[in-house]
Design a protein around this ligand. Structure first.
Ligand code: GTP
Ligand code: MG
Length: 203
């Protein structure tokens, strides 16, 4: 149902969550939602731009902290609608001790108040690999009943063999793993197919 030209051909609406902490107000039903989470600077906003073929849809920056709010990008209409959600990054400078500290209150609120949230892609810098903090985050998401596939980002910065080794090790631990290079375009078709499949499942 969602064809290969879906993102480029569909009308687009942008919405932002309003407010702070647990008083945050979220938009009404925007169809099936797929969110992108991960440390600041990991490449969440760049990936959304690359997936949708729209260079300046989500704000990106070399400096961590580019995305401050919760941004909803809704494509399509009616039954053929889906929303990509760009979340602010967490914990760049130092890793706080407890998970609750690294996810801001409004992100936690968002994650636990969206009936049509189909998956939260957990982005990991391929140069850095999966750390304990990331595993804690995935555990937290799964405890909320959410699907949490991993997306390795910046794969253009690592050599193919170590990358494949990392993917195999993660898969052996039962993580679902995608690889991506937002700027070079690698892995985007596989991710789009996964997004469309999960959006279809919501119906
Ligand atoms: N080499 C390379 N650089 C990338 C890739 N994806 C993103 N970047 C760069 O990484 C930096 C951060 O990208 P963003 O997309 O702003 O990261 P973010 O996760 O949205 O960051 P916050 O909004 O601060 O949480 C930018 O300088 C991007 O150009 C990639 O696949 N390869
Ligand atoms: Mg961002």
């Amino acid at each position: 149902m969602f064809g290969s030209k879906f993102f480029s051909a569909s009308p687009l609406a942008k919405t932002k969550a309003v407010g702070k902490g647990t008083t945050v107000s979220l938009p009404e039903d925007l169809g099936p939602e797929l969110a992108f989470i991960g440390r600041s600077n990991v490449g969440k906003s760049s990936l959304i731009n690359a997936l949708t073929g729209r260079k300046k849809l989500a704000v990106t920056s070399k400096t961590p902290g580019a995305t401050r709010g919760i941004h909803f990008f809704t494509f399509g209409e009616g039954k053929q609608q889906l929303t990509l959600v760009d979340l602010p990054g967490y914990g760049f400078a130092k890793l706080p001790k407890h998970l609750a500290e690294k996810l801001s209150a409004r992100v936690s609120y968002y994650l636990t108040h969206r009936p049509k949230l189909q998956a939260v892609y957990v982005l990991i810098d391929a140069r850095r690999g999966l750390k304990e903090i990331d595993v804690d985050l995935i555990d937290y998401l799964e405890e909320q009943g959410l699907k949490a596939p991993v997306v390795l980002t910046k794969c253009d910065k690592v050599k193919p063999n170590p990358l494949q080794k990392m993917v195999k090790e993660m898969e052996a631990q039962n993580f679902e793993v995608f690889t991506s290079a937002a700027l070079a375009g690698d892995g985007l078709n596989e991710l789009r197919a996964d997004i469309f499949r999960r959006a279809e499942d919501a119906k």
